[in-house]
Ligand binder design. Sequence first.
Ligand SMILES: Nc1ncnc2c1ncn2[C@@H]1O[C@H](COP(=O)(O)OP(=O)(O)O)[C@@H](O)[C@H]1O
Ligand SMILES: [Mg+2]
Length: 219
Amino acid sequence: MAALEAHDLYRFYHAGEEETLALRGVTLEVERGEIVVIFGPSGSGKSTLLACLAGLDEPDGGYVNVAGKRLTRRPEHVRAAIRARHIGILLQSENLLTNLNVADNVRLQLALAGRAKTSPHIALQQADIAHRSHAKPGQLSGGELARAALAVALSADPDVLLADEPTGEVDAQTEKILLRALNERRARGGATIIASHSEELIRWADRSIQLRDGRIESG
Ligand SMILES: Nc1ncnc2c1ncn2[C@@H]1O[C@H](COP(=O)(O)OP(=O)(O)O)[C@@H](O)[C@H]1O
Ligand SMILES: [Mg+2]
């Protein structure tokens, strides 16, 4: 069983008479322990695809299975439960609740995943942010915010990690920590899907998929 399976995904956006075909029949499978980079020009559908794979957006056609469970066309509370147990998400911003400190953000994620007894410390250390665990997101630098978000996303050891341009705006040290954490995930059998323009990430990944105008062009 693939860690993630997406079949023939379509997503259309409407604004007045304008129609944008953001995804036009995207099919992909990602195995356990595999790191896949999705690349393509701006507007090619990378973020829309990740949002559909995460169950944060609902495709207009096609389906998504995560860890063998159907994610699409389920009520929001079912999607949220599947997401909490099986998916880690790293967005470009707004990954953290601003009124909770870093450790409590991690604790919340663990509780949602049914792992309230797991100490947040492991994830905080893995992301090299343990020394800032009592800080609120508003008190963190850009690199620290990215590492705190990584700690949250990895804390429940999700079957699938979805990351939208995670190395886009981070410092070299944070990028190193991120790549190290992704390598450790790979060794434990976690699947990772990254939207990125980075040539280095594309070379480093197990496989890359090129999107153009909402379609898979290669990969
Ligand atoms: N919420 C939205 N409403 C309308 N159009 C959108 C929305 N989100 C994305 N789009 C459009 O869908 C296409 C794909 O966007 P996106 O998935 O963000 O691409 P990428 O992440 O590759 O830059 C673009 O043409 C974008 O303008
Ligand atoms: Mg994007």
